[in-house]
Write a protein that binds this ligand. Structure first.
Ligand SMILES: Cc1ncc(C[n+]2csc(CCOP(=O)(O)OP(=O)(O)O)c2C)c(N)n1
Ligand SMILES: CC(=O)[C@@H](O)[C@H](O)COP(=O)(O)O
Ligand SMILES: [Mg+2]
Length: 610
């Protein structure tokens, strides 16, 4: 394969087509982020053509759109292992390739990384030999962290190239003034025509007139999105066609020559090159395996997932109580809030990728007497941790954190696992933690949540619960657990949330071996049901904890504290996650790697008994 820079535009376009087909074929088999990636092919090929991957930091925001970068660098042959356990990650990972500058998965970090890299480059005296290049999408431009970075960059003026991939989509249709501003009319054809006409006139005018004409063209920037960036001290180039390699290469070369902060505004079509996905389709952002010809999903979800259960339960509550409101941070379908936003557009909002704003704005609504449901993935709530403490908990406000994707999420890997919410929330005064074990319990939890006083976190998994139908569903009562079954042995299995189903399944394996374990559904991790647990300690001396969460600060450690406080004579062993980030791959394979499948857990208990 020739070096990119030796290729003609025709050859580069051909190469883009090969890359696009490779992405479509691979994602159709493995699943992954389709429309973001096929829409960014020319952008990334042009980046590699103009900039030096061995020298210039290539920084991909979220990096879910970086498949082309992986294919160009050193991973074409391994690309069919995309998102598989021990395979290529769906995000950039420096431990996967030296060409991946930084890890990503959470949005809007790229410009801060570029500013930091630029500072380091300047301090090392490499300022004009290396330049950070950040690729960021229009959706990711809505998060506050971007403006923290632009604020400094525009002032310090380090040479940094920002490539804005504006496909007028986040996961779903983007909301907010910034996306409206980016797609303001003047950024479209009219401005391009004026620009082209100006350039044509320029060719025939004497030098002196050129200056005036240049000023005339510059003045038009005042009515393009460029004004936002130019006023912040960031030079603006665009808007340009993000699928036209010649325009992209020319823009990137001129940006590189400016040796100052520049943003290139490239307009692309999300899903470009796979017709069914071209345009504004939320469903083609993150997909499971699908048939390329028909676009049909190959794996249909069998049982109702926890997200749908939550969505239905919240809809019931919203119908009953007008003061129920809620937000999502740019994930209306992923969190199940779409039906509520449609049914009650004045009470449920998508606030864009703005988790901190989501939390704090809902705290003001709670202060005003509303009952907000802040609906957010466990991993993305990490972005608003201070707001949970500072704005929701100190005032002991009646806000509900509906924490989706709690536990192992699978192919998204380290940056997305919902491992830490129990640990990071249980330490906050006034915070209550609870978790339903199945659909009936989800409805009961949401009914309970409405009357709960103070901040309340309800966690539930990606996908569906394991069945617990054998046991009666009871209304939730503050701090109360539910003893599901007594046992003849001295063994007690304590489940929390999705862990209850695992405890139930494990107990079935034990009973086949003649071991009759008791099972308790904790229902609350904070506060624990102290009186019940003290009484159970008298009968069951060995406790096994089932919770999809990190060990440190998790349910097991909360139980250890209760044991210490009450001098309980019990041995406690938790099956929560060790102190390590959890890799990507199908959840059941990852759990097997961690040794926490039901069969493995039953085996560990049997080993202890022997
Ligand atoms: C902090 C954070 N919140 C939410 C998400 C979920 N998320 C992943 S990609 C995405 C949309 C990004 O849109 P854009 O930047 O326009 O990229 P595109 O997919 O359109 O190329 C969102 C909301 C995330 N990765 N990080
Ligand atoms: C890139 C990103 O962060 C999201 O697209 C995420 O992958 C969605 O996860 P779910 O598939 O669990 O909704
Ligand atoms: Mg976008």
């Amino acid at each position: 394969m020739k070096q990119l820079r030796e290729c003609s535009i025709e050859e580069l376009n051909e190469y883009c087509e090969q890359i696009r087909q490779k992405i479509i074929q691979t994602v159709s088999k493995n699943g992954g982020h389709l429309s973001s990636n096929v829409g960014a092919v020319e952008l990334i090929v042009a980046m590699h053509y103009v900039f030096d991957i061995k020298n210039d930091p290539f920084i991909f925001d979220v990096s879910h759109q970086a498949y082309t970068h992986k294919l160009i660098t050193d991973r074409w042959d391994r690309f069919d292992t995309l998102r598989e356990l021990d395979g290529i990650s769906g995000y950039t990972r420096p431990d996967e390739s030296p060409y991946d500058y930084f890890v990503a998965g959470h949005s809007s970090t790229s410009i801060s990384l570029a500013v930091g890299a630029a500072k380091a480059i300047a301090l090392k005296g490499e300022q004009y030999k290396r330049v950070p290049v950040a690729l960021i999408g229009d959706g990711s431009l809505s998060a506050g962290m971007v403006y923290e970075a632009l604020n400094e960059l525009g002032d310090r003026r380090y040479p940094v190239i920002i490539i804005l991939n504006d496909n007028k989509m986040s996961i779903s249709k983007p909301i907010g003034a910034i996306s409206k501003f980016l797609s303001s009319a003047m950024a479209g054809d009219f401005y391009q025509k004026i620009k082209k006409t100006t350039e044509q006139i320029l060719q025939y005018l004497p030098e002196s007139a050129t200056y005036m004409a240049k000023k005339f063209e510059e003045s038009f920037k005042l009515i393009t999105p460029g004004i936002l960036f130019e006023e912040l001290g960031i030079d603006y180039i665009g808007p340009i066609d993000g699928h036209n390699l010649e325009s992209l290469i020319r823009a990137m070369q001129s940006a590189k020559g400016l040796k100052k902060p520049v943003i290139i505004h490239a307009q692309t079509l999300k899903g470009k090159g796979y017709e069914m996905a071209e345009g504004y389709y939320e469903k083609w952002h993150g997909v499971g395996p699908f048939d390329v010809a028909s676009g049909e999903a190959l794996k249909k979800g069998v049982s109702k997932n926890a997200t749908t259960m939550y969505s239905e339960a919240l809809m019931d509550l919203a119908k009953q109580h007008e003061n129920v409101v809620g937000v999502t941070a740019a994930m209306p379908s992923g969190t199940g809030l779409s039906p509520l936003i449609q049914a009650y557009p004045n009470r449920f909002w998508d606030v864009a990728i703005a988790e901190q704003h989501a939390v704090t704005s809902m705290c003001a609504m709670a202060k005003e007497g509303f009952k907000p449901y802040i609906t957010i993935y466990s991993t993305f709530l990490q972005r608003a941790y201070d707001q949970v403490i500072h704005d929701a908990s100190i005032l002991n406000l009646n806000v509900v954190f509906a924490i989706d994707r709690a536990g192992i999420v699978g192919e998204d890997g380290e940056t997305h696992q919902g491992a830490f919410d129990i640990s990071y929330l249980s330490v906050i005064p006034h915070m209550t933690l609870m978790a339903p074990r199945d659909e009936k319990a989800m409805h009961a939890a949401i009914r309970y949540s409405y009357k709960h006083q103070g901040p309340l976190a309800i966690r539930y998994p990606r996908g569906s619960f394991l069945s617990c139908d054998a046991f009666e569903s009871k209304p939730f009562e503050y701090g109360k657990a539910q003893l599901l079954k007594e046992g003849d042995s001295k063994i007690l299995l304590l489940g929390y949330g999705s862990g209850v189903g695992k405890a139930v399944a494990t107990s079935k394996i034990l009973s086949e071996k003649g071991i009759d374990a008791a099972i308790v559904d904790l229902r609350f991790a904070k506060p624990l049901d102290e009186s019940l647990l003290i009484s159970l300690a008298l009968k069951y001396e060995t406790w096994y904890v089932f919770s999809d969460s990190a060990k440190i600060g998790g349910v097991g450690s909360l139980l250890m504290a209760l044991k210490e406080k009450n001098t309980l004579h019990v041995k406690i062993k938790t099956f929560e996650y060790d102190d390590a980030f959890i890799t990507h791959g199908a959840t059941h394979l990852v759990e097997d790697r961690l040794g926490i499948t039901i069969e493995q857990l039953a085996g560990k208990i049997l080993e202890d008994i022997e």
